[in-house]
Design a protein around this ligand. Structure first.
Ligand code: 48H
Length: 256
């Protein structure tokens, strides 16, 4: 006999155990697109305690839709080792142009991250950071449906040693920091430069270069890195996102 209340209790107990583990972590990633998932995977694989907060119900960010809903992505040679590690299959199209099914890519990145130990908390939006003496020490969160409904409900908070802003074009965590302590970002002006128009080749190189600590305790990865430093967009080529996730994980593993 299956009991509805036992099903309910099982879900509540397991969820709260998971949530409790997110209260104090080595790294908290904001955004479950390709860069955030790859960063989480490598950090968790290295034994670090990692939580990833995603505003939406679904994980994967801008990867699902490939290019204009043609659900294929392009990945260049340099990033194929990450597809191999994540067990994403790919086909050679031409020299340095490989393609993967975007649905398979998201599914594999998500599965590898969760199974490596990343706690993925979906339907949660980050609305602020915690700061102590000019360093970010945590995140302030609320349910996305609360945010969407515009309800006046106070948030909760988590502590972490490092935050990774992997929120894509929106650069949401960096924007909060810019608003609270203007002119202090590690960019030429101390402010967000803003994303530039499409230039795939330049953008892919810059995404990796721009992946760095932009404020004490706050790293940027993926599209957020380019948007913060004024790099161009690249369209539906994803090697830069994967390599950026790998780079930020490597830097944090060295510091943790
Ligand atoms: C919780 C949040 C919040 C918040 C946003 O956009 P993404 O896929 O990010 P990346 O950088 O890993 O990948 C970028 C890529 O998908 C892309 O857009 C490309 C290559 N564009 C090229 C072009 O020319 O357009 O994922 C970011 C995720 C999303 O799922 C958001 O829902 C989530 O972050 N998010 N989660 N709290 N405040 N803000």
């Amino acid at each position: 006999m299956l009991d509805e209340v036992k099903i309910t209790k099982a879900i509540i107990d397991r969820y709260y155990a998971k949530l409790n583990e997110c209260l104090d972590t080595d790294a908290a990633i904001v955004g479950g697109g390709p860069s955030g998932l790859v960063a989480g995977y490598y950090l968790a694989k290295a034994g670090k305690k990692v939580v990833l907060f995603e505003r939406k119900l679904s994980i994967g960010g801008g990867m699902w839709g490939g290019g204009m809903m043609f659900n294929e992505i392009v990945v260049q040679e340099e990033a194929l080792h990450i597809l191999d590690e994540m067990k994403v299959r790919y086909q050679r199209y031409e020299e340095n142009y490989y393609t993967s099914d975007s649905i398979e890519a998201v599914a594999c990145l998500t599965a590898r991250a969760v199974q490596a130990g990343v706690k993925i908390m979906n339907c949660i939006s980050i609305e602020d950071v915690i700061m102590r003496e000019e360093r970010i020490t945590g995140l302030v969160l609320n349910w996305s449906p609360v945010e969407m409904a515009g309800l006046h409900i106070d948030p909760l908070s988590v502590r972490t040693r490092f935050v990774i802003d992997a929120t894509g074009h929106a650069t949401e965590v960096v924007k909060v920091v810019q608003e609270k302590v203007p002119h202090r970002l590690n960019t030429p002006t101390g402010l967000i430069a803003g994303e530039k128009s499409m230039w795939a080749d330049m953008a892919e190189t810059l995404t990796i270069e721009n992946t760095c600590e932009v404020f004490p305790g706050l790293y940027i990865a993926g599209m957020a890195a380019n948007a913060t430093f004024g790099g161009p967009r690249m369209g539906p080529i994803f090697g830069g996102m994967l390599l950026s996730g790998e780079k930020v994980a490597k830097e944090l593993i060295a510091r943790l």
